[in-house]
Design a protein around this ligand. Structure first.
Ligand SMILES: Cc1cc2nc3c(=O)[nH]c(=O)nc-3n(C[C@H](O)[C@H](O)[C@H](O)COP(=O)(O)O)c2cc1C
Length: 180
């Protein structure tokens, strides 16, 4: 069987991001036959603007859509900002939602996980991220939830936490089981 490609979006741009660390863990613990690749350019996307959304859309936008189009599934790993989706991720969602009806993620399974400082681990943001992606074509896996309270990691890389490592691995396995 050929390798399944999962595109990973991280909703935090900060270098020491816990969510970026979760993405590293997902990449390094990928199941056999699955390749996860972080799309690392969300910070380069201009704010969504219909006036520049055409064949000549800015290069980072075209790169985003091409990478999403080449993927079999998507994994979104995000913190919560002010009870909702971080702007950098919401902006990427808006670019990915167009052309309307022809999203590069159309019909592809998509899962949302992440960590945040609050005791619910960013659940509001995760719920809203699922809602938003679910509006334009990806097959959002609504019964896959993993919202990690960052305090539970004790300031260590998530790979040092066996429970989080197992839960993230199970999430990726469930995501790729939905491909096809
Ligand atoms: C602008 C801003 C808003 C935040 N709002 C929330 C929030 O609503 N809920 C929450 O649990 N944590 C919130 N936090 C704390 C983040 O969960 C915490 O900084 C987290 O580590 C960010 O993820 P990262 O480590 O991947 O960058 C906020 C942080 C920032 C910078």
């Amino acid at each position: 069987m050929s390798e399944l490609n999962v595109i990973v979006f991280v909703g935090s741009l900060r270098k020491a991001s816990v969510n970026r660390q979760l993405a590293e863990l997902a990449v390094e613990s990928a199941p056999e036959g699955v390749a996860l690749t972080v799309f690392d350019r969300l910070g380069e996307l201009p704010f969504y603007n219909e006036d520049i959304d055409d064949e000549a859309a800015p290069e980072p936008v075209r790169a985003l859509r091409a990478a999403a189009g080449a993927a079999d599934a998507a994994l979104v790993i995000t913190p919560e900002y002010n009870g909702s989706i971080p702007g950098v991720l919401k902006n990427a969602i808006d670019w990915l939602s167009r052309p309307w009806g022809e999203s590069a993620l159309k019909d592809k399974p998509l899962a949302v996980v992440g960590a945040a400082l609050g005791r619910y681990g960013g659940k509001w943001a995760h719920d809203e991220t699922r809602k938003s992606f679910g509006l334009f074509g990806p097959r959002v896996i609504d019964d896959l939830e993993l919202s990690v309270p960052a305090a539970s990691l004790d300031g260590r890389h998530p790979r040092e936490n066996a429970e989080v490592t197992a839960a993230l691995r199970a999430a990726v396995e469930k995501l790729v089981a939905n491909v096809g």
